[in-house]
Design a protein around this ligand. Structure first.
Ligand code: PLP
Length: 353
């Protein structure tokens, strides 16, 4: 039976998007490739409305989260966290030998601008923060956090946009940040395999002073090739054909319509969850791409099996709240009608339990 994914990534990918990957192979040093990458960059720029530099990486998003740390920090960084992915970025810093000041808030609560004050000083070279915390379903107020940082200090600000970009309007033009990282397998609704980073001149300037940046994720090398619309190493060409095709589909839908659709899907799932089991995230900071729902005494494994038999798949909880919650992904190309179908099926399965 065909199963539709309401997962947190990889997410449902439409057949015509998958089909775009069957384009005959081209070599990655050809003129045809150069045109493909140029088209993609222009469409990324147009859909996201940004003047930042754009780097496309043949890796999952984590590669670029690591690139931020390796290129932008000599000694000391500050990692903000209110969930599993915030903690992950802190560990990436430590595992790359950086001193990491950890600012952690309770899971499920949003990070607030005031959380930083006492931990920030001139010795902090960069701050890492996750926009949409996929483990808790909290959308952190990135703009006000970045503004609060800039009021007194001038570190680089790195943002994990893995489950927010293309699903939530991050108003990138108004964000004074130095990197925004995301991947293909979330709200872009493509298979996994490509990481994308928007970056600032300040990050590139800083990288030129940081030793031991490595080779694969050296942003200066990557940027030099990106300026010519090539990739430093061999990229997943088939996936790039699908990305180009998908960006045309996004342009056709209209980016604001895409964001509105995500809001509508999020509202529907939240309304179901608050009536049935309860939401994990703090009110006022709900994610429009992922809803994290309290399990209470629900046998999740049985519930998800029942859903799978009806052609739907949702996601388990994650990290320390794995056993207490489950997650629904409502992002990418899913429609409001598909979400309504899922919610009806969830009601039906619950009745049989
Ligand atoms: C918020 C967030 N950051 C980072 C990652 C890691 O991304 P990737 O698996 O593409 O490396 C994920 C994956 O789920 C995520 O949700």
């Amino acid at each position: 039976m065909k199963r539709t994914l309401f997962t947190v990534g990889p997410v449902e990918v439409r057949k015509e998007v998958l089909d775009a990957m069957t384009h005959p192979m081209i070599t990655h040093r050809s003129k045809e490739y150069e045109q493909l990458q140029r088209d993609i960059v222009e469409k990324l720029r147009e859909t996201l409305d940004t003047d930042m530099h754009i780097i496309i990486s043949p890796s999952s998003a984590s590669g670029l989260l690591e690139a931020c740390v390796r290129n932008g920090v000599k000694d000391k960084m500050l990692g903000l966290s209110n969930g599993s992915f915030g903690e992950r970025w802190q560990s990436i810093g430590e595992e790359n030998g950086k001193q990491v000041v950890k600012v952690c808030r309770e899971w499920g609560k949003a990070l607030k601008p005031g959380d930083l004050n006492s931990s920030l000083d001139d010795s902090v070279e960069a701050i890492t923060v996750v926009a949409n915390e996929s483990s808790t379903g909290v959308l952190n107020p990135i703009k006000s956090i970045a503004e609060a940082v800039r009021e007194e200090y001038d570190p680089l600000i790195f943002v994990d946009g893995v489950t927010s970009v293309y699903g939530t309007d991050m108003e990138i033009k108004d964000l004074d940040i130095d990197a925004l990282v995301f991947g293909t397998q979330k709200a872009l609704a493509l298979p996994p395999g490509i990481g994308i980073m928007l970056l600032s001149d300040r990050l590139l300037d800083k990288a030129s002073e940081v030793p031991d940046r490595g080779y694969y994720f050296d942003l200066l090398k990557m940027k030099k090739m990106a300026d010519k619309y090539y990739s430093l190493t061999t990229p997943p060409v088939s996936l790039l054909f699908a990305l180009d095709f998908q960006l045309d589909r996004i342009l056709e839908e209209g980016i604001q319509a895409r964001y509105r659709r995500h809001r509508e899907m999020g509202d529907l799932v939240r309304s179901w969850a608050s009536k049935r089991l309860g939401l994990f995230a703090e009110p006022g900071f709900y994610s429009d791409t992922i809803t994290v729902i309290n399990r209470k005494d629900l046998d999740f494994s049985k519930f998800n099996t029942g859903l799978k038999e009806k052609g739907f798949e949702i996601s388990n909880g994650y990290g320390t709240i794995k056993e207490r919650t489950f997650r629904i992904g409502h992002m990418g190309d899913l429609t409001v009608d598909e979400i309504k179908g899922l919610l009806e099926a969830m009601d039906e399965v619950l009745e049989t339990m």
